[in-house]
Design a binder for this molecule. Sequence first.
Ligand code: CP
Length: 480
Amino acid sequence: MRDGASSPALTPSLALGFDFGVRRIGVAAGDTLTRKANPVGIVTPGAAGEDWPAIVKLIDEWRPRLLVVGIPYNEDGSESPMTERARAFARELGLRTGLEVALSDERYSSLEAEGRLREARRSGARPRRVRKEDVDRTAACIILERWLDRPPTDGNARMISQLYADGTLRHLLTLDGLDRRLIEYLIERAQGFLTVAGSAPPRSAALSGVTVANLFSEPSTRTRASFELAAKRLGAEVINLDVHLSSRVKGESMLDTIYTLAAMSIDVFVVRDAEAGVPEFVAAHVGPHVSVLSAGEAHVSHPTQGLLDALTIIRHKGRLDGLGIAIVGDIRHSRVARSAVQAFTTLGARDIRLVAPAELMPATREFAGCSRLHDIDAALAGADVVMMLRIQRERMAETDIPDAAAYFRRYGLSASRLARARPDAIVMHPGPMNRGVEIAEDVADGPQSVIREQVTNGVAIRMAVLEAVGGAILRSRRAG
Ligand code: CP
């Protein structure tokens, strides 16, 4: 499909991007082939609101196929009054022009625009000072380029089905909405890949002929090593591409990287990226019998971690329903917490306690059904499972990072705090741990800690997931 002259990817369509603001609306034009945008102009709303004649004139001049409007959100993804104003603008734009209007998260586009303009000025390409109008026009370029470079992913807008038509697993991008039976099947299969400590791990040739590519653009120890081991133990070929050492740093787009690897007959892409939407974007652009597995997507999703956490609890407690589960720490920025809660609730957990200071608590529209507490001591009372999370410094402004010692005093899991939980409570942590910040040394290594078991279970879960998607690939290959 990628090589054919009639491929949609090779048929350019013109698009206009809008950076909506109450004082100025920046406009940019770009196309779906180059996926690059250039500034077009600024529309200045009058006292009566948007200057619709000027906007419609632009549309008439450029004749785009598609319009993209940047939607502003607060930094944590919650909505502000501007969010609804921008949406209203987009609705009106669609009504007045009769064109499709896509909405795109515009967070950080102005910051990125200022950076681009300053860089151009430093390099001599743009000697003038950076004006607000320039920032708005460039922000419109960024909004449009982001959209052209990947599909929208917010809310329910996931565009990719994770299943083949027969209901078997094709991609694993999120646990949100995944059928309970499928989750149970993967956990059950993973149980079969676990052996007694000290014995040789199971090996098979089940995935002989399958090629797996690990594409990690964020650091990882556990997930990357366990995906690699899991694939090799099932007989697959594996390549590991450190995206920071790949041609991406020479300007190659994510899509070109995927097409290049696809041309080497990759069957399964394992993708970790700091940007939301990237695993789904890759899934939207691979061939019909290629699978994509998320290995961690921004703060959004870490599905195999959610599965391995559920497996770990089941191995100790036999079930999820009826358990008191405290998840403590930086929940706002945690993809682990999101996927864990999706897995736990699908499997029947009803008492999930989120524990965090206000600034690390997620927006109220998220984590429906979980209780929210600021007092860790109250939250730990009678808990069966205590899951500690690290502070995701990489997703926070320097000024928002709490002081480590003060944080430990208020939220760190010490032995005396853990004594509030049930005597047989298990202590979990996805890693990497910051000892002395969210968890005390003696608790991390203590008898209730199952942190290293989580790592072992991670290999088994990734074997189960790879076996499921790789098996489907081999079956379709055999069927011709
Ligand atoms: N839990 C987890 O995702 O760890 P890594 O970042 O080391 O993969």
